[in-house]
Design a binder for this molecule. Structure first.
Ligand SMILES: [Fe+2]
Ligand SMILES: [Zn+2]
Length: 540
């Protein structure tokens, strides 16, 4: 059976299980199931006012709803796109024609042509761009002609005023248009990326995948009085970003840039960059940035998140881990996996034109089936993320397995002491890895929470990312005390031992009755023995 590999676009499972914002408790939560929620956040939630079982049930329902909403986003977006394609009448059909050089600024065409020519180098290219910041590697270049900006704006406004269904660009922007839903990906954004941006960015940002771009997410954001005015600090779910000001007339709204989100002092001395209509700002997706409040007028910007699967397949920029791939619509979130074109021969015969680009238009019954599979994967991947965190718990008990019976008493004692010490160290490591940010309500985090709004499937900083940035700043005494005051019950799933962990990992001794103490010891010994036997392959 022939099995030519084809590429499928995916998202990372973290999209549906992490960074779930609950405004009334001021918390971003990771959520898999009730048990995990109670275990990971019980004390913290109580300290934030989630006290009664009714409170907890309400929270559970909200989280389940939000996860469901996130899972439905892809199919709902595909449905909107289909409806728009079949019923919407554009005001400016010319913008839907395949991208012509005339729509572009001559400087942009020249820079792209130079970049693709033999012998082109960075130094030569930089002479054709405006270097906004050499240190931050932010550049400016005219992108569209004034006429094209005008035509595109007319079309976008016409769509905005129509009764067509509209998806939000992301959860930080409430007004604007998703370019793929409007049908502008194929004629406009894809050729812009493939023919012009790719050669240019290959020279500007080779290490960020500038030469390996294979997908994008493009949207237009609109700022106006009475609508969105500003944009909180965030970084983009993209390797690289192009942000083009389309108009109209406005004051304020400047972009500001800090450092890379992974870097220390990431928000020190932000650099302000004013928009120039028709011109685009190029920056790395990981560069922290935001937009100052609009003063007057209306501001429309086309934002293109450029993605290179070769880069992001190694590390998801949102959870900062190797992505857990889940099949998705269209370009997904730019991750890819190779899949065998032949799932079963009958199916392939029914769908000979089965797509190779992960495009919704190529959606087939084979795809439908892998979608079902994906749903299952989503669930199992969520649980596998739990097992990945519990794998550190099981590694913490690995020393338990070394326990040997029938040896001298003092040797046993020494071992027990050593084991306890090791456990403490491991528990400390685990506590830091699993719950880095829950008890870190510093002022800068509040600012992020405010800017994050009510839901967070957009490019908002996740708790892990915030804590990483926060961790680079010295903690105040209050923050430290708050962090250390949280006591959690940690269950080692392998041995069944329950430990009380305080703050960063101090193992607390529980005061219990004599009988309970005996019972705990019995259970732990049984668990240790079982764990050892399992590792040694003595159990079936
Ligand atoms: Fe952004
Ligand atoms: Zn992720």
């Amino acid at each position: 059976m022939a099995t030519a590999a084809r590429r499928r676009f995916c998202r990372c499972a973290c999209f549906c299980s992490q960074n779930l914002y609950v405004a009334r408790y001021g918390l971003h939560l990771r959520f898999r199931d009730e048990q995990q929620l109670r275990r990971d956040y019980g004390p913290l939630l109580r300290s934030r006012g989630c006290v009664s079982s009714k409170d907890f049930q309400q929270l559970l329902e909200e989280l389940e709803q939000e996860v469901g909403r996130r899972r439905r986003l892809g199919p709902e977006s595909a449905a909107r796109k289909a409806l728009i394609a079949s019923t919407y009448h554009p005001a400016r059909p010319d913008v839907y024609c395949s991208l012509q050089d005339a729509a572009l600024a001559p400087e942009f065409v020249a820079a792209a042509e130079y970049s693709g020519s033999p012998g082109a180098d960075l130094e030569g290219l930089l002479q054709q761009l405006e270097i906004v910041s050499e240190e931050k590697r932010i550049y400016r270049v005219p992108v569209f002609s004034a006429e094209f900006c005008q035509a595109l704006l007319e079309e976008l406004e016409h769509f905005e005023q129509s009764d067509m269904p509209k998806g939000r660009p992301n959860t930080m922007n409430n007004y604007g248009v998703l370019m793929h839903e409007l049908g502008l990906d194929e004629p406009l954004v894809t050729p812009l990326r493939e023919r012009f941006l790719q050669p240019l960015l290959a020279l500007l940002y080779p290490e960020c995948g500038g030469g390996q771009l294979d997908s994008h997410r493009a949207f237009v954001v609109k700022y106006a009085l009475g609508q969105d005015l500003e944009l909180g600090c965030h970084y983009d779910n993209a390797e690289l970003t192009l942000n083009v000001a389309l108009g109209k007339a406005f004051t304020g709204g400047a972009l500001y840039f800090g450092g890379l989100f992974q870097a220390p002092a990431a928000l020190m001395e932000p650099l302000e960059v004013n928009h120039v209509v028709g011109q685009g700002i190029l920056h790395r997706g990981g560069q922290l940035h935001g937009a100052r409040p609009l003063g007057t007028g209306e501001r429309w910007n086309l934002v293109i998140w450029l993605r290179a699967s070769a880069v992001r397949n190694r590390l998801c920029p949102m959870c900062c881990q190797k992505p857990e791939l889940v099949d998705d619509e269209g370009f997904g979130d730019g991750f890819t996996r190779e899949e065998s074109a032949v799932v079963d021969s009958g199916c392939q015969k029914r769908n000979p034109g089965s797509g190779t680009k992960g495009n919704k238009d190529n959606y087939t019954r084979t795809d439908e089936r892998s979608k079902h599979k994906a749903r299952r994967t989503t669930r199992s991947s969520s649980s596998s993320s739990s097992s990945s965190s519990s794998s550190s718990a099981s590694s913490s008990s690995s020393s338990d397995g070394r326990k040997k019976h029938g040896k001298h008493k003092d040797k046993k004692k020494r071992k027990k002491k050593k084991r306890k010490k090791k456990l403490r160290r491991k528990a400390k490591e685990k506590a830091v890895v699993v719950h880095p940010a829950e008890a870190l309500p510093g002022p800068s985090l509040d600012q992020w929470h405010r800017s994050a709004g009510e839901d967070n499937d957009g490019p908002v900083l996740t708790d892990e990312q915030k804590s990483r940035i926060q961790a680079m700043k010295p903690m105040t005494k209050e923050e430290w005390d708050a962090r250390q005051s949280v006591i959690r019950k940690v269950v080692d799933p392998e041995t069944g031992r329950t430990r009380l962990i305080k703050g960063d990992g101090e193992v607390l001794e529980e005061i219990v009755t004599k009988e309970r103490h005996r019972e705990i010891n019995k259970q732990a010994t049984r668990g240790d023995g079982l764990a050892f036997q399992m590792r040694a392959g003595l159990l079936p």
